[in-house]
Design a protein around this ligand. Structure first.
Ligand code: ADP
Ligand code: MG
Ligand code: MG
Length: 251
């Protein structure tokens, strides 16, 4: 599904990712953990195709094609979904309208017919129900004045509607309340299927109490310094990130 090979990326000439390798197979959920400033959000932005993040060497293959050759919207059309740590506010644009347009653009790219308003609302309501969310966010402007938890809920709702092939979730470093964490986890767990992959980037072990990742990676100093199963996340919670330094020097 995704293969990142010896990736180096910079922002404003400053190297951030420094030899990152990552392979995600179809059906797998991977978690990336790591201290603040280690490059987690940078990785998600490179995968999204944000142009400020310059790839200086290495490669990324998605479903067998060169991801870096695709424009950001082509990546979305090919089934990549990105939930950012700080989603963009779009004042004046109704959230329901925005989601409807996004879904229809993706359906068109997939060769599926567009949904009319009635069918779209039916679909949104079924997703809301699945996620135990209320309709409050639908009438508001996109992300405008949303709390951290509301933004996260909204991203998970979008993800559930778009049914991506590869979803990348960059979690907020500030603590989400337990209800928001559960919604994120539920959204991820609902999406799990043999044809899909998810990459969950998180600063906190707590989220992984609700999601069962197949692989946990530790990112430090712009590269993955350890990979393991869920027990690695528990070990991190126990020991903190200080002990990673040893692996970083060895890597
Ligand atoms: P994380 O998500 O792991 O906390 P980031 O990827 O956000 O880490 O940041 C990695 C490093 O890149 C940090 O040292 C951060 O200060 C730097 N960085 C991120 N974005 C920018 C930017 N727009 N301009 C300059 N430096 C940046
Ligand atoms: Mg950070
Ligand atoms: Mg971050």
């Amino acid at each position: 599904m995704l293969k990142v090979n010896d990736l180096h990326a910079s922002i404003n000439g400053k190297p951030i990712l420094q030899g990152l390798n990552l392979t995600i197979n179809p059906g797998e959920i991977h978690a990336i953990m790591g201290p603040n400033g280690s490059g987690k959000s940078t990785l998600s932005k490179v995968l999204a195709g944000r142009e400020e993040y310059v790839v200086t060497s290495g490669s990324i293959t998605y479903k067998g094609q060169d991801l870096l050759a695709l424009a950001p919207e082509e990546r979305a059309h090919q089934g990549i979904f990105m939930a950012f740590q700080y989603p963009v506010e779009i004042p004046g644009v109704n959230n329901t309208y925005f989601m409807h347009q996004s879904l229809n653009a993706i359906r068109t790219a997939r060769g599926e017919p567009e949904l009319n308003s009635v069918d779209f609302m039916r679909l949104v309501r079924s997703k809301l129900k699945l996620l135990n969310m209320d309709e409050g966010l639908l009438k508001r402007y996109v992300n405008t004045g949303f709390s951290g938890g509301e933004m996260k809920r909204n991203e998970i709702l979008q993800m559930s509607l778009l049914e991506p092939t590869l979803a990348i979730l960059d979690e907020t470093d500030s603590g989400l309340d337990i209800d928001a964490l559960k919604i994120v986890a539920q959204g991820v767990n609902n999406l799990r299927s043999p044809e899909r992959s998810l990459l969950v980037i998180t600063h906190y072990q707590r989220l992984l109490d609700y999601i069962q990742p197949d692989v946990v990676h530790v990112l430090s100093g712009g590269k993955i310094v350890r990979s393991g199963d869920k027990s690695l996340a528990l070990e991190l919670e126990d020991k903190g990130y200080g002990w990673i330094q040893d692996y970083r020097e060895a890597a």
